[in-house]
Design a protein around this ligand. Structure first.
Ligand code: KG4
Ligand code: ZN
Length: 349
């Protein structure tokens, strides 16, 4: 007997089976990256249509790999906020259909809290709280005071682009592929992070736990294509591109680490947990680990496969089921005011 979790907040169709002991029996993720690549960003209509086509095969595969059979599903969890409304509705409809047919509880969960819960899964036992949480992905970059898996209070975060969105736009400026984060990371390996001095917006402002990436993106744009240069200026040659990618990556990481450090000062927390697609970045992972070591605090970083969108992190639903809590079949989605909901073709300009 186990929980079936379903995740369709943005552009990944995912399902996972997790036992009450938080053992991930299966985790299937169907990425839509290739469908959105030519627009360099998620196109909501394409995303929801692809979810409709994939959701049943993905669930079937997760149940098959878990080796439990559909009758072994004792509850159904689904991410209901935040995200693209059309995408969220596909997951919710599937979850309701299965829960109603099997006569088992339905639990809606918060995708952002679930990104942090990936740390609990990777750790194997509950992580000590309170701690400072960072979720950095294509649609969100926020700092949280995590009191427990279900009690997270937003302390601050980006006032413009999300970190992942900034990586995606920077990659477009450099003529690299989509999604941009892994492309920049790969390209940066051959580059010198000190080659270009890019700004670190808001870092010196110790009054605010806010981040800003849009000025950094503009600074990169002017290095690639000086003001007045033709729009069809070709991307920089590989060596220059590597230096730019490395300098950009370093600037994003420096900004995030500075605010994590400030959040530790503000809250007095003795631990850090990170999640979201950008937490798959090796430089960020190493820099956060170093910060934790310097500050003598605990650090929880899930493996990259649990950082990018997945349904295993839907295990957070067990936190409610363990208390005998669940939702009714009138459960609805809450797209929220989150930037993920307005993320379309991400033009670098
Ligand atoms: O969490 P996620 O899979 O989906 C959202 O909820 O948005 O995050 C996707 C974002 C993309 O913007 C992608 O470029 C970024 O995470 N990303 C990375 C890396 N892998 C994915 N950013 C930096 N370095 C990476 N290795
Ligand atoms: Zn996400």
């Amino acid at each position: 007997m186990a929980l079936l979790a379903i995740e369709t907040t943005c552009d990944e169709t995912a399902a996972a089976v997790i036992t009450r002991g938080r053992e991930v029996r299966s985790s299937v993720v169907a990425s839509q990256d290739s469908l959105h690549a030519r627009w360099r960003g998620v196109v909501p209509e394409i995303a929801s249509r692809a979810h409709v086509e994939r959701i049943i095969p993905v669930i079937d595969e997760a149940v098959r790999r878990a080796g439990i059979g559909i009758e072994g599903v004792e509850a159904v969890a689904v991410a209901v906020t935040p995200g693209l409304v059309g995408s969220l509705l596909v997951g919710l409809s599937a979850a309701k259909g299965i829960a109603a047919t099997l006569g088992v509880p339905l639990v809606g969960y918060d995708h952002i809290a679930a990104h942090l819960y990936a740390c609990r899964l990777a750790h194997g036992t509950p992580v000590p709280t309170p701690l400072v949480g960072l979720v950095a992905s294509g649609g969100h970059t926020s700092l949280f005071l995590v009191r427990s898996p279900l009690e997270i209070e937003r302390l601050g975060g980006t006032i413009d682009d999300a970190a992942g969105e900034a990586f995606d736009k920077a990659a477009a400026l450099l003529g690299l592929g989509y999604p941009g984060g892994p492309e920049i990371e790969r390209c940066a390996k051959a580059g010198d992070a000190r080659a270009h001095r890019l700004p670190r917006p808001l870092v010196s402002d110790r009054e605010r736990l806010d981040l800003s990436f849009s000025g950094l993106k503009t600074a990169l744009r002017y290095l690639v294509r000086p003001p007045g240069a033709a729009n069809d200026t070709p991307p920089p040659e590989p060596r220059v591109r590597a230096d730019l990618a490395a300098s950009f990556q370093q600037a994003v990481v420096d900004c995030i680490v500075a605010k994590l450090s400030l959040a530790l000062d503000r809250t007095g927390c003795r631990g850090i947990a990170i999640g979201g697609g950008v937490a798959a970045n090796a430089l960020l992972r190493a820099s956060v680990a170093r910060l934790a070591e310097d500050r003598g605090v605990a650090v929880f970083i899930p493996p990259p496969s649990l950082c990018t969108d997945n349904a295993a992190m839907g295990a957070i639903a067990w936190e409610r089921l363990d208390r005998g809590d669940h939702d009714d079949l009138d459960l609805d989605v809450t797209p929220g005011t989150d930037r993920a909901a307005s993320r379309r073709s991400s033009s670098p300009r």
